[in-house]
Write a protein that binds this ligand. Structure first.
Ligand SMILES: *[C@@H]1O[C@H](CO)[C@@H](O)[C@H](O)[C@H]1NC(C)=O
Ligand SMILES: *[C@@H]1O[C@H](CO)[C@@H](O)[C@H](O)[C@H]1NC(C)=O
Ligand SMILES: *[C@@H]1O[C@H](CO)[C@@H](O)[C@H](O)[C@H]1NC(C)=O
Ligand SMILES: *[C@@H]1O[C@H](CO)[C@@H](O)[C@H](O)[C@H]1NC(C)=O
Ligand SMILES: *[C@@H]1O[C@H](CO)[C@@H](O)[C@H](O)[C@H]1NC(C)=O
Length: 343
């Protein structure tokens, strides 16, 4: 137990001066914690910092007006107002407790609990408030996280934050690197990751998302869709197509565009009775409805052919079929004309 307290005493002595150990917090002991029921559950979630130190945790709990601070798992800080009635110290008869033996992530010569093991301290809130009102800013200075050289791959550490614990240090990574500690390759380091969009990388996990830009889609009415996160697509208005809706339907005379599977070519469906051609650009010879009396007009190149109803003949079905109108009884019928049968 002496050994556990001793380094902490030195630590406080260095930061706050001789004799101030009791003024910001006292070591209570090492206690088993439970994932299902946290011993100190005053915070919605524990403060986690890669520059965790005992002072940082106690100050944090003091700042939030809690009576106890618990350090765990190297970098986690729990706060609460009450300790459970039944608690068994893990280091009672053992000055080198296995349970609380992990070094603090922000100070390698301090102990910050262990796996489901809390190093618990009392928090002297009034001491903290007194010193703050006395203008003793030093008490708030957190040991800079830069001391542990957290920035990798040539990143530059910026530290000595006065107030915000979360920003105890910041890494300025070299180009092509991202991450809290520059641990990820920047997925946006290549220019074509998000063609025609903005690439947004997430330092916390090294992944990326593409964001729509005003020039992602080339039509005013197109809608840029970023729901696939890493691929942008353009939803084109009717009669526009192409990857960026950059193409307009080429069909003339009200022909309908049939966009092909590749999204970059279109075929025209024409109103066949009136127009023809790849782009419906030609007026059909049938457009003038040249076939009379129910005849069906069929286009043959630039010319029309009329298919007449049974009672009509003529290139435009303009005549009655004499054989149909007045069937020649006793005569053989040849083509459209009646010939007398010689017997
Ligand atoms: C812990 O390390 C810091 C510097 O990193 C030093 O100032 C301090 O004296 C050390 N504390 C102990 C108990 O060794
Ligand atoms: C808390 O701090 C105040 C002011 O420094 C001090 O007078 C008091 O004794 C401390 N209380 C405890 C329990 O350490
Ligand atoms: C990465 O982090 C971002 C921002 O927190 C989140 O939106 C995204 O879903 C995460 N991606 C992965 C693959 O975890
Ligand atoms: C064509 O567009 C549709 C809908 O936007 C899309 O689902 C499909 O993958 C695209 N096809 C090609 C070859 O790009
Ligand atoms: C269409 O016209 C061509 C000559 O231009 C002719 O040879 C062909 O027989 C015609 N087709 C029909 C079905 O009449």
């Amino acid at each position: 137990m002496i050994k556990v307290i001793f380094p902490i005493f030195i630590f406080f002595k260095v930061i706050f001066g001789v004799g101030s150990i009791n003024s910001i917090g006292n070591y209570v002991g090492c206690f088993k914690d439970s994932r299902h029921q946290r011993m100190l559950n005053g915070l919605v979630k524990p403060l986690t910092s890669s520059s965790m130190t005992i002072t940082l945790c106690i100050n944090y709990c003091a700042e939030h007006n809690f009576n106890f601070a618990g350090l765990q798992f190297r970098s986690e800080c729990y706060c609460g107002n009450h300790l459970p009635m039944k608690m068994k110290r893990q280091d009672e008869n053992d000055d080198q407790s296995d349970c609380c033996s992990w070094t603090c992530s922000g100070q390698l010569n301090e102990t910050c609990g262990g796996q489901l093991c809390n190093s618990i301290y009392t928090v002297n809130v009034s001491a903290r408030k007194n010193s703050m009102s006395a203008g003793n800013a030093n008490l708030l200075i957190l040991p800079s996280g830069c001391q542990s050289n957290p920035c990798r791959y040539g990143g530059t550490c910026i530290g000595n934050s006065l107030t915000s614990i979360h920003d105890a240090y910041k890494c300025q990574c070299v180009p092509g690197r991202i991450g809290i500690n520059c641990e990820h390759l920047d997925p946006c380091r290549f220019p074509d990751v998000c063609p025609r969009g903005n690439c947004l990388s997430f330092p916390e996990n090294g992944s990326f998302a593409c964001q729509c830009r005003s020039d992602t889609c080339l039509s005013q009415q197109a809608i840029c869709d970023a729901s696939k996160i890493t691929t942008l697509t353009c939803k084109c208005p009717p009669n526009q197509y192409g990857e960026q809706c950059e193409l307009s339907c080429p069909c003339q005379h009200g022909g309908r565009c049939i966009i092909q599977e590749d999204n970059s070519t279109a075929l025209c469906r024409c109103d066949e009775s009136r127009f023809y051609g790849d782009l419906c650009e030609h007026v059909s010879p049938c457009a003038s409805q040249p076939c009379y009396m129910g005849g069906t007009c069929i286009r043959n190149g630039t010319r029309f052919i009329c298919k007449c109803t049974p009672s009509r003949i003529g290139s435009q079905c303009e005549n009655n079929d004499p054989c149909q109108v007045n069937p020649c009884i006793g005569y053989e019928v040849f083509c459209s004309f009646c010939f007398p049968v010689v017997t």
